[in-house]
Design a protein around this ligand. Sequence first.
Ligand SMILES: [Zn+2]
Length: 361
Amino acid sequence: MTKPPESYFPADYRSGRAAFIEACEEADLGVTARVHPTAKGPDGKPLFIDVATIGAREAKTALLLISGTHGVEGYFGSGVETGLLREGLARRAPKGAKIVVLHALNPYGFAWNRRVNEDNADINRNFVDHAHPPANLAYESLSEFIAPGSISPAAMKKSNARLRNYAREHGDFALQTAISAGQYSHTDGLYFGGSHMAWSAAMLKDVFVEELAHVKRLIAIDFHTGLGKTGAAEMITEDLPGSAAYARAKAMWGGLVQSSEAGESLSAPLTGTIDAAVAQWMKGKELTFAALEVGTAPLRDVFGSLRKDNWLHTRAKPGHRGAKAIKREIRAAFYPDTAEWKRAVWAHAQEAIDAACTALA
Ligand SMILES: [Zn+2]
């Protein structure tokens, strides 16, 4: 029996995890839990990355689904994964293929409604050589206005004026790139890629070695929210038009495919991404990777919520009286909690996975 798709979307990390595990049990799938060594949720309880696998262990073709790379974006991916399992994903794995479903790659961010992890690090910027991280000179020049020391209306007005100046001079997309490409110098800033390999990054590698090292052909979908028109979708690839991987993605997902490296996408070109890391691990084999990005709110509101949340966690005194409102705002910016939005993004995810399963067969 299928239920209305909006019923699959969780209210928080803890209930999302419970629903995922229950759906796995119902489908007779084992779940491997990797417990976070230090971080706990707001409820004081441990945090986990959970992985379920469907199909033959030694399969040479596979589909990998990842949710919660960006914590608070995990409501979408968690709901999709649980819903797919509920609706018979386990019976749909093509013969000889396996499906690896990873729940909550960044459980800290999911549980605390943050886009980043316990060290303020963005997991999808974390896969770099931390001894020689990429430079982001534009961020450097704007850091105090992107992540201001105060979020008082006067301070924000001044910061926003400086950012607007930059956009006037270089264009809106250049400002978006400066802010979001990834930076490795300001630990208390936005889109900080971390100063060492994050636990989540190490665990992803671990899952890959454990489950996917033998695979010759891999399709991977990483679920994200926050860019684009509310309820709209884009399949973001880092492969360039003209490459075999880009052609495969286009054949599978059609017009939704946009290359961030070629400037087609709503996303800026990024550093230290999961896409690039998995491409490294799959060297010499066939990889088709896309971030399924669904829109939530205007970019201005999304950035605004991130700046306030970053301020709250890196600069505010404990018990700040605006904390609850800031947390509500960031959750809403990445998770429009309406049936209409959930149905729209569920449909995008379902189509993307249907196409991937067909391509794997
Ligand atoms: Zn994201």
